[in-house]
Design a protein around this ligand. Structure first.
Ligand SMILES: Cc1cc2nc3c(=O)[nH]c(=O)nc-3n(C[C@H](O)[C@H](O)[C@H](O)COP(=O)(O)OP(=O)(O)OC[C@H]3O[C@@H](n4cnc5c(N)ncnc54)[C@H](O)[C@@H]3O)c2cc1C
Length: 417
């Protein structure tokens, strides 16, 4: 059965950051776009809830600057390791703001989806995209099923695949992860803390397992500003013993180790810990088919330097919307094939460097040495933060840009891994 009211130019599968942003930019340009989201907002998404300056810019561009003032603003990062602390402001930049936010995803994602609706998109919540509709080899929509209802066909000229890290819909179209590239796993829970209103997010670089061994990854404490802090640990697959680490135990020992400073009761988390896999570094493809594009986590668009994915979800979605707008306006589907090139130009080399970095710090001894050296050298950490949060200035040559350029030359010669 087809529901004619729901036939549209672009169907977006998934209403998280990438799906909502794609729908916003398409609707803004007057296209008929429908999002199907299998959950109903407000819906939770396991996350650290941290928005970096890059992500903030995307939200401002989507017209959400007034809403941002209601979120908890953070002005920089505190690094903790080797018994030392370093407080660093977000690097200054001509395009990106000098602050980020911490906001729970059950709040943020509903707001961004509602913003897409305000721009003219249709949002069908509690409705899962089951399988693609394929006509003469071209994807033309999806069989969708509302919760407790009958499946029906939702037809579209083009489809945006924005169904997140697991991306069952994407995989049914043939996307796959490059298995020998790094990925991450992370776990988080919330605790009450009197320090919930702090204006710095915190990263602990020498996160240890129960036996006191330092592991490659980082622990975080992100103050939410609502009486709680989001506490979590992220780990990289490049670590030899990755599979034998129990993330719940890791979070437990991280919470113990920060309990005194953050005044939390480690055994009194406000919820069960939740974990998730993080595909990263553009490790998933192909990201363009003749009539569909893949965005956000479904495309592995997460920064391997820090596990940040919300911004890359917004940015890849915006690029996909630009390409689809052009295809719809020119009645030329071949335009979609420009999308992988656009992504590669923007993030390809940067992600390659970040994947190599993930390999280097996969060796605990190296990670330990790098951390120790960095924690004794403030300016080194300042430029490392600029590189790792992707806030390099195209028109200025500071130490970070010079270092990046030098490393970039070497990375270009390195094999893709
Ligand atoms: C523990 C953890 C901590 C993290 N911390 C941070 C952080 O602090 N900052 C940061 O920037 N990033 C962080 N990330 C990464 C970030 O959460 C993701 O990169 C981001 O959510 C990607 O957005 P997305 O829209 O691509 O996918 P998602 O946010 O996963 O959205 C996908 C949506 O699609 C829906 N969906 C799935 N399948 C279907 C279907 N078949 N039909 C209809 N709907 C469907 C889902 O319900 C979901 O709403 C973290 C990840 C984890 C696991």
């Amino acid at each position: 059965m087809t529901e004619p009211d729901h036939a549209c130019e672009v169907l977006v599968v998934g209403g998280g950051p990438s799906g909502a942003a794609a729908a916003y930019w398409l609707a803004k340009r007057g296209h008929s776009v429908t999002i199907v989201e299998k959950n109903s907002f407000p819906r939770d998404k396991t996350c650290g809830d941290a928005l970096t300056p890059r992500g903030v810019k995307q939200l401002v561009d989507m017209g959400l600057s007034t809403t941002l003032t209601t979120f908890h603003q953070v002005n920089g990062l505190r690094l903790v390791a080797s018994g030392r602390e370093l407080e660093l402001p977000w690097p200054s930049h001509a395009i990106y703001p000098d602050h980020g936010f911490v906001v729970r995803r059950n709040e943020l994602d509903g707001i961004v989806a509602a913003n897409a609706v305000a721009a003219g998109a249709t949002l069908i919540q509690g409705c899962e995209a089951l399988t693609p509709i394929v006509e003469r080899g071209f994807v033309r929509g999806a069989m969708v099923q509302p919760e407790g209802g009958e499946p029906y066909e939702l037809h579209a000229k083009y489809v945006v695949v924005a169904d997140g890290a697991d991306s069952r819909f994407g995989r049914s179209l043939g996307t796959f992860r490059t298995r020998d590239w790094p990925f991450g796993t992370a776990i988080r829970a919330y605790w009450e803390s009197p320090r919930h209103n702090e204006v710095l997010i915190e990263s602990v670089l020498d996160v240890k397992d129960r036996k006191g061994n330092v592991l490659p990854g980082y622990g975080w404490i992100f103050p939410v500003g609502d009486g709680t802090v989001n506490v979590g640990v992220g780990l990289l697959s490049t670590f030899r013993d990755f599979k034998s680490v129990n993330p719940a135990h890791l979070l437990e020992s991280h919470a113990q180790s920060i309990a005194e400073r953050w005044q939390i009761s480690p055994d009194q988390a406000l919820c069960d810990p939740a974990s998730g896999r993080i595909p990263m570094g553009g490790s998933i493809g192909p990201i363009a088919g003749p009539t569909y594009l893949v965005v956000g986590d479904a495309a592995g668009s997460v920064n391997p330097f820090n596990g940040e994915g919300i911004d890359y979800a917004y940015e890849t979605a915006r690029m996909a919307a630009d390409v689809l707008h052009e295809a719809l306006s020119s009645h030329d589907a071949s335009v979609l094939q420009r999308y992988p090139r656009l992504l590669d130009d923007e993030f390809g080399q940067y992600f390659k460097m970040a994947r190599l970095f993930a390999r280097i710090i996969g060796r605990p001894a190296l990670m330990r040495e790098l951390t120790r050296a960095g924690m004794h050298n403030r300016s080194l950490m300042e430029w490392a933060l600029r590189i790792m949060s992707n806030l390099l200035r195209p028109d200025e040559m500071g130490p970070a840009e010079i270092a990046y350029k030098a490393i970039d030359k070497i990375v270009r010669l390195a094999p893709n891994a």
